[in-house]
Design a binder for this molecule. Structure first.
Ligand code: ATP
Length: 199
């Protein structure tokens, strides 16, 4: 599996459609200060489901939408598509290529798509589960993050190691199941109450 391409439109400084094609192996993005290099890694984080504006170096999530410049008006929607080559089927889907898209409107409405079909963020997380990719998997180390890791508390460092060892995903699944069980318990209690009221 490798990152095959990235397409941005209306995302941060990329008002027009920008399409980047990557080959297997190392890719380096170079450019002057402020030209948008970090915006590209922000786009990767965002399309993988990042929910924190701060992690994307903004105040509010809306900050990812191109906000205009001296030459251009702002746009109403940001869209990023990341295409992964899946010829080796590392991702547990039958497709040879997996295109993940996230779209966000100024109204705050968000959409996710896998190979152009609308889906939930959870579906994307499920597809990426065992691949080592994902917003919480430390596959993206941003500026300053290395220092933060070195200065982190032991329990934070443990979480990092658990993620790398593949344990964290099972913990997430367990938490998700526990939330479902708690919600079912609530439903059951409610059903018992109603039955008692009727009887
Ligand atoms: P450096 O080398 O200094 O780290 P960089 O190449 O990584 O810079 P970025 O931080 O990716 O640059 O890009 C910063 C630019 O993106 C700034 O000019 C900023 O105004 C612009 N920018 C960020 N968000 C938006 C937005 N929503 N709309 C328009 N422009 C934006």
């Amino acid at each position: 599996m490798y990152l095959k391409s990235l397409t941005l439109k209306g995302f941060k400084s990329f008002a027009d459609r920008a399409h980047m094609v990557f080959e297997p192996g190392l890719a380096v993005i170079v450019g002057p200060n402020g030209s948008g290099k970090s915006n590209i890694s922000d786009a990767i984080l965002w399309v993988l489901g990042e929910q924190s504006a701060r992690q994307l170096r903004g105040q509010a999530m809306e900050d990812v939408i191109f906000s205009g410049s001296s030459a251009r008006q702002q746009v109403g929607v940001a869209e990023v598509t990341l295409v992964l080559d899946n010829a080796d089927h590392v991702l547990p889907v039958e497709f040879e290529e997996v295109a993940i898209t996230r779209r966000m409107y100024r109204s705050g409405e968000s959409e996710y798509l896998i190979n152009s079909s609308p889906c939930r963020l959870m579906d994307i997380q499920d597809v990426l589960h065992d691949s080592g990719l994902g917003k919480d998997t430390h596959s993206i180390i941003s500026q300053g993050k290395l220092d933060a890791i070195l200065q982190s508390r032991p329990e934070e460092r443990r979480a990092l190691i658990e993620e790398a060892a593949g344990i964290a995903k099972h913990k997430r699944r367990r938490e998700r199941s526990q939330r479902k069980i708690a919600s079912m318990d609530e439903h059951l209690k409610r059903a018992h109450d109603i039955r008692r009221e009727i009887a």
